[in-house]
Design a binder for this molecule. Structure first.
Ligand code: MF3
Ligand code: CO
Ligand code: CO
Length: 292
């Protein structure tokens, strides 16, 4: 049996500091070993306090950007005008729009209208009264990424538009309720699928939530469908997005000739909401919080 470690002894983590100045408190040591394990086994980089603060700052900026978009989006303007707005506001705030030139994406924000599921490229399309538009903003501030999106009504929504936007919004809400240490990635997808399909809608399978923070898309993938208890176990310090794409008709999709825009195969409406979340010791904290 080893001698009990004193607070003035060298810290077992190998830092060279005294234990009391370093990992004192068993949970910190446990956290460091979990962190190593998640890096080795899953390539997941758990975040520390200072890193989380920086993602949060990026999160506040992307939320402010969406608030600005909400004040400007209306029938008669083009999707490219939303791009200009997002681009200029991001730069003015000392940040970089993450989509621009990401894997060849040509614009600074994704704007996906009606039957477009995601990755819509801003252009000359003019918003019509009754459209729904998903605006997905990701910014890099001081080297850290935050990712958020909402679906907006443009003008007065039809009953179908109201329905799909409500189901997409609630899908994110039921998903967030599953986030906490001990639950799994599969629990999140299971909750979304059960709810959305129960409402007679379908869940897109080709695009997932994702780890985020140091880069745009990190492990793990967070599918919006799945089975309870399956997949990687959530642990404090994990930061990832949840961003369910929900269709009024079938889940099948097509990719347009621009190689980006995903649309529903049956032409039905699609909506999405996204937040960047942190797993905490007793649940979660959204780093891009808005009311659902
Ligand atoms: N923001 C999207 C997401 O939620 C990714 C967009 S990739 C882009 O993951 F290249 F289209 F911008
Ligand atoms: Co995302
Ligand atoms: Co996004």
């Amino acid at each position: 049996m080893a001698k009990k470690m004193g607070r003035n002894d060298p810290c077992p983590c190998g830092s060279g500091l005294k234990y009391k100045k370093c990992c004192s408190g068993k949970s910190t040591i446990q956290h460091q070993s979990v962190k190593k394990m998640y890096a080795q086994k899953y390539n997941i980089r758990l975040k520390e306090k200072g890193e989380i603060q920086k993602i949060k700052r990026a999160g506040r900026l992307v939320l402010k950007t969406l608030d600005l978009v909400e004040t400007q989006i209306k029938p008669g303007i083009t999707t490219d005008e939303i791009n200009t707005l997002v681009h200029e506001f991001t730069i003015k705030n000392g940040a970089t729009p993450a989509p621009l030139n990401y894997r060849g994406f040509p614009k600074s924000v994704c704007v996906s209208v009606n039957e477009e599921i995601c990755h819509g490229i801003p252009g000359e399309r003019i918003f019509q009264d009754g459209d729904i538009a998903n605006v997905d903003v990701t910014s890099i501030l001081d080297g850290y990424y935050a990712d958020v999106n909402k679906t907006f009504f443009v003008g007065s929504p039809s009953p179908e538009a109201r329905k799909i936007v409500k189901v997409a919004r609630e899908s994110l809400k039921v998903a967030l309720a599953m986030v906490g240490p001990g639950n799994t990635v599969g629990d999140i997808g299971w909750a979304i699928q059960k709810y959305a399909e129960g409402e007679g809608c379908s869940v897109v399978e080709e695009f997932t939530g994702h780890g985020i923070g140091f880069t745009f898309h990190e492990p793990p993938q967070v599918p919006h469908f799945g089975r309870k208890g399956e997949g990687i176990r959530l642990v404090p310090g994990m930061v990832f997005t949840i961003e369910p794409m929900v269709n009024l008709g079938s889940k099948e999709l097509l990719i347009l000739a621009d190689n980006w825009t995903a649309v529903t195969k049956d032409g039905s409406l699609s909506a999405q909401f996204e937040q960047t979340v942190l797993v905490t010791n007793n649940g979660y904290e959204s780093l891009t919080p808005f009311d659902l």
